[in-house]
Design a protein. Structure first.
Length: 119
């Protein structure tokens, strides 16, 4: 991945709605979703969603496919994998195998919740 492409992808993801859209599409997998379903799931108005999908598409983070009157959107995992590779290519002094597996999600930390005391 070229630096300009990495910057474009990172800039596209540096906005909360676009990051939420991308994460939602990653969760849905290769089948993706129509714009209306994405907007409904994330509570985004159609015009706002359209703008953000255009930005994600421009950064090559999202692919789209026309299906009749609707457009189906899918996360472009190849771009995100290339970006992770770009960001980690010099990991551990140029020995990225020492840092593997980079793209495996870490477990979420457990949060201790305070319980209300009864008096």
């Amino acid at each position: 991945m070229e630096t300009k492409a990495a910057l474009k992808a990172l800039a596209a993801l540096a906005q909360d709605s676009r990051l939420a859209i991308f994460r939602h599409l990653v969760e849905l997998g290769p089948q993706g979703a129509h714009a209306g379903a994405i907007g409904e799931a994330l509570g985004l108005p159609a015009a706002t969603l359209s703008f953000h999908l255009k930005e994600l598409n421009h950064a090559e983070l999202v692919d789209s496919r026309q299906e009749g009157r609707f457009v189906r959107y899918m996360a472009n995992l190849a771009t995100i994998q290339a970006m992770v590779g770009y960001l980690t290519e010099t990991c551990c002094g140029g020995r990225p195998e020492m840092c593997a597996p980079v793209a495996v999600p870490l477990p979420m930390p457990t949060v201790k919740r305070k319980t209300a005391r009864t008096q």
